[in-house]
Design a protein around this ligand. Structure first.
Ligand code: HEM
Ligand SMILES: *[C@@H]1O[C@H](CO)[C@@H](O)[C@H](O)[C@H]1NC(C)=O
Ligand SMILES: *[C@@H]1O[C@H](CO)[C@@H](O)[C@H](O)[C@H]1NC(C)=O
Ligand SMILES: CC(=O)N[C@H]1CO[C@H](CO)[C@@H](O)[C@@H]1O
Length: 344
C-alpha cells in the first residue's frame, strides 16, 4: 500500500475499501520500515505446527467476553502496551522478579487487566502443542478476537512473533504515551514506533471502549485546564462535564473511581469516542489533542459522518500495523512456557 504518501481521507478510504474487495483484508502489508521483520510474520504461521491454536484462543476468549465483556478493552489495551515497549513480544506479560520490576508494574500499567486470562489460554494452547505458540501471538490473537466478540472490527493477525525475555518498569514509563501529552508529543512517540499520524488518530479510537480511573485525567479536573502553546493549545474538558465528574463520579470514589470513556456505550465499538472528542468530553488531554491538528480534525470529521464500517476499516488497518511493531521472529527470543516467566 502507498502508505508513505499522505492521502486525503476519502482517497485513503477508497484504497482501504478496494483492498477489502480484492479479498486481501486490512492487511499488515503497509507496515513501513518493518519490511524484513514483516516478511516473517505470516497468516496461519501455526497451521502445521499447531493447527488448533487460533481456534483455542478464539473459543476461550469468546466464552469469557460473553461472561465478562470488560475483558475486551482490557485485552486490547494490554496488546497495545505490549507493542509499545520492546515491540509486540509478550514482555508486558512477564512478572517482576527479584532482579527488578517488570513493565506490568509500571504506573501506566497498573490498571491493565486480563493477565490471568492470557495465562489460562496459553495453558490450553500448551496442552495442545507444548512450546510452539508464543505468548506474544496469543495476546495479539486474543485482543483481536475479544474486540470482534463485542461486535467491533476484526483485523488480520499474521503470526510468528517470538517472546522477549526482558521487561523493565523504567522502559514502560519511558515508551508509553502519557494521557497529558500534546499532539506533537504523541506524534513523535508514535513515529518512534513506525506509526504515523493517522495510526495515532484511529488507534486512539480504541477509547470508544473501556474505562479510565479518575487519577488518569485528574489534571483536567482540578488544574491546568488547558495545555500547550498557540495553535497547539489543548482545549479544556467541557466545563459542565468536568463539573459533573468533579462533583459526582470522581468525588465519591476519589482517584480510584472508574469512568466510562464513551459514556453510555463503553462496551460498544462505535463512533461515540470521536463524538466525545469533538464535544470536548473525551477524558484525556491526549484525546482532546487530536482536534488541535487541522488534518486530524478533518479526518475525524470525515469518519464521524460516515458509516461505522469506515472507522472499522481504518482501525483494523492501523491495528495490523501496531501488531507488527518491532516484532521478534525466527530464532530471536523464545517461546515462553508460562507467559509470566521467562524459560529457565
Ligand atoms: C494515544 C496515546 C494513548 C494514551 C495517552 C492512552 C492512555 C490511556 C489511559 C490513561 C487509559 C485509562 C487507564 C486507567 O485509568 O485505568 C487508557 C485506557 C484504554 N486505552 Fe488508551 N491510551 C492511548 C492509546 C491507546 C491505544 C493505541 C489503544 C489500543 C489500540 C488504547 C486502548 C485503550 C483501552 C481499550 C482502554 C480501556 C482499558 C480498560 O477498560 O481496562 N489506548 N488509555
Ligand atoms: C505472576 O504474578 C501474579 C500476581 O502477582 C501471580 O498470581 C502469578 O502466580 C505469578 N505467576 C508466576 C508464573 O509466577
Ligand atoms: C509553552 O511555551 C513556553 C515558552 O516557549 C514553554 O516554557 C512551555 O513549556 C510551553 N508549554 C507547553 C505546555 O508546551
Ligand atoms: C492508578 C494507580 O494504580 N496508580 C499507581 C501507579 O503506581 C504508583 C507507583 O507504583 C502507585 O503509587 C499509584 O497508586
Amino acid at each position: 500500500m502507498a502508505a508513505a504518501v499522505p492521502l486525503p481521507l476519502p482517497v485513503m478510504l477508497l484504497v482501504a475499501v478496494a483492498v477489502m474487495l480484492v479479498g486481501a483484508g486490512a492487511g499488515a502489508a503497509g507496515v513501513r520500515g518493518g519490511r524484513q521483520r514483516q516478511q516473517q510474520l505470516r497468516m496461519g504461521f501455526y497451521d502445521k505446527s499447531c493447527p488448533a491454536a487460533e481456534r483455542i484462543v478464539g473459543d476461550y476468549v469468546r466464552l469469557h467476553v460473553r461472561r465478562v465483556p470488560t475483558v475486551a478493552p482490557a485485552l486490547l489495551r494490554t496488546h497495545y502496551h505490549d507493542c509499545f515497549v520492546r515491540g509486540c513480544d509478550g514482555s508486558i506479560l512477564l512478572n517482576s522478579t527479584a532482579a527488578g520490576a517488570a513493565e506490568k508494574d509500571a504506573p501506566p500499567n497498573l490498571t491493565l487487566r486480563g493477565f490471568d486470562l492470557i495465562d489460562r489460554v496459553k495453558g490450553l494452547v500448551e496442552e495442545a502443542c507444548p512450546g510452539v505458540v508464543s505468548c506474544a501471538d496469543v495476546l495479539a490473537l486474543a485482543a483481536r478476537d475479544a474486540v470482534a466478540a463485542i461486535g467491533g472490527p476484526s483485523w488480520r493477525v499474521p503470526t510468528g512473533r517470538r517472546d522477549g525475555t526482558v521487561s523493565t518498569m523504567q522502559e514502560a514509563v519511558r515508551e508509553l504515551p502519557s494521557p497529558s501529552m500534546t499532539f506533537p508529543q504523541l506524534v513523535a512517540l508514535f513515529a518512534g514506533k513506525g506509526l504515523d499520524v493517522r495510526d495515532l488518530v484511529w488507534l486512539s479510537g480504541a477509547h470508544t471502549i473501556g474505562i479510565a480511573h479518575c487519577s488518569s485525567f485528574a489534571d483536567r479536573l482540578y488544574s491546568y485546564p488547558s495545555a500547550g502553546n498557540g495553535t497547539g493549545t489543548v482545549p479544556p474538558l467541557d466545563a459542565a462535564y468536568a463539573a459533573n465528574l468533579r462533583q459526582r463520579k470522581c468525588r465519591m470514589g476519589g482517584r480510584d473511581a472508574a469512568v466510562e470513556m464513551d459514556p453510555g456505550s463503553f462496551l460498544t465499538f462505535d463512533l461515540g469516542y470521536y463524538h466525545t472528542v469533538l464535544k470536548h468530553r473525551a477524558l484525556f488531554r491526549s484525546d482532546a489533542a487530536l482536534v488541535t491538528d487541522a488534518a486530524a480534525r478533518a479526518d475525524i470529521a470525515g469518519v464521524v459522518s460516515s458509516p461505522p464500517e469506515v472507522f472499522f476499516q481504518v482501525f483494523a488497518r492501523s491495528m495490523a500495523r501496531l501488531g507488527a511493531v518491532e516484532v521478534k521472529t525466527g530464532s530471536q527470543g523464545e517461546i515462553r512456557k508460562h507467559c509470566a516467566v521467562v524459560n529457565s
